[in-house]
Ligand binder design. Structure first.
Ligand code: UDP
Ligand code: MN
Length: 337
């Protein structure tokens, strides 16, 4: 349908890489909807070109530049820069209904059925389930709503400093008013939730349709060895589910990097792919399977560094695995270097 679109936002080249993978994942699952990327003026020319190949519409939104109410709002609430940019999605009034997706999202199957939902539909936030997570939401573009949202921002700000705080404040009856506006969690599965409720992940994780790499460490924060099909990165960073992370990287390296290479030509650019494996990094096997039991296996080395520290302090060091002498020595060597 041409009056319905998936919308994302990228204000810089890092998030733009995320948006490329997101758009490509939607296309691979044969969406019939339009794809729109809102971008900041800082996104480089080559990245804009790649986005234009994947997305039907790439629109530069410069809140600082625009003389509209968002600019005025930003002058009063300068801390909410990216938030105002995200709210711009309500101005896409040539569409009757849209689904916003964060740029740190990977779509695992066709999710066009989300357009059957009404504004504002979203999935619960894993940290506070009476709030919705604003990484995935169904909305109806409207200048009237846009104006009200900006007004709300000016008057109330954001309780968490970002768009999620503003949107939950504005759509404040989401938790209680209409259960049909609660999207199932499989439409916004965050890696954080995997670890907080592992048995539920084992039971339902296989049904996930959308993975959200929420939090500080994004897929593009890691590096990838395309030959060995392995993620490389420090142990401290490894908080994301390795299977989904590999899915992201295999799509990025196979579909997006070639397009970037074409656009950059001879100019060097940071693809995040390495040619060889560093010895002091953890690696995840690229063996991928749909079954949840393989998730289980892959989860074994996935304790956070805080959890590992706790286990260590309780005398439960994993001497045969993560805490083997070799690994400890490697760690010490990095400090000594
Ligand atoms: N975003 C952006 N530039 C930034 C920060 C955020 O374009 O510097 C956009 C991007 O679409 C991102 C979304 O805003 O996915 C929300 O931020 P993020 O995903 O980092 O927040 P989280 O989901 O981790 O809370
Ligand atoms: Mn996000």
């Amino acid at each position: 349908m041409s009056d319905q679109a998936f919308v994302t936002l990228a204000t810089n080249d890092s998030y733009a890489r995320g948006a490329m993978v997101l758009g490509q994942s939607l296309k691979n699952h044969n969406t019939s909807k339009k794809l729109v990327a809102l971008i900041g003026p800082q996104v480089s020319e080559p990245c804009q070109s790649v986005l234009k190949r994947i997305y039907d519409e790439v629109r530069v939104v410069d809140v600082l530049d625009s003389g509209d109410t968002a600019h005025l709002a930003l002058m009063k609430r300068p801390e909410l820069g990216v938030t105002f940019t995200k709210l711009h999605c309500w101005t896409l009034t040539h569409y009757s209904k849209c689904v916003f997706l964060d740029a740190d999202i990977l779509v695992l199957s066709n999710i066009d059925e989300l357009f059957d939902r009404e504004e504002l539909s979203a999935a619960p936030d894993p940290g506070w389930p009476d709030c919705f997570n604003s990484g995935v939401f169904v909305f109806c573009p409207s200048m009237e709503t846009y104006g009200k949202l900006l007004q709300y921002c000016i008057e109330h700000g954001s309780f968490d400093g970002g768009d999620q705080g503003v949107l939950n404040g504005f759509f404040s009856n989401w938790a209680t008013a209409d259960i049909s506006k609660h999207l199932p969690f499989i439409y916004n599965l965050s890696s954080i939730a995997i670890y907080t409720y592992l048995p539920a992940f084992k039971q339902y994780g296989g049904n996930a349709k959308v993975v959200h790499f929420l939090g500080k460490t994004k897929p593009w924060s890691y590096t990838f060895d395309p030959k060995a099909k392995q993620i490389t990165g420090s142990v401290e960073k490894a908080t994301t589910h390795p299977t989904f992370l590999l899915d992201w990287w295999s799509l990025y390296s196979s579909a997006v990097v070639p397009m970037l290479q074409e656009q950059y030509g001879d100019k060097p650019f940071h693809s995040g792919c390495v040619e060889f494996q560093y010895s002091d990094t953890v690696t995840y096997e690229s063996e991928q399977s749909e079954s949840v039991s393989s998730h289980d296996q892959a989860l074994q080395p996935q304790l956070s560094s805080e959890e590992r520290k706790q286990k260590w302090e309780q005398g439960q060091a994993d001497y045969m695995g993560m805490d083997s002498f070799d690994n400890i020595k490697k760690k010490l060597d990095t400090f000594l270097k």
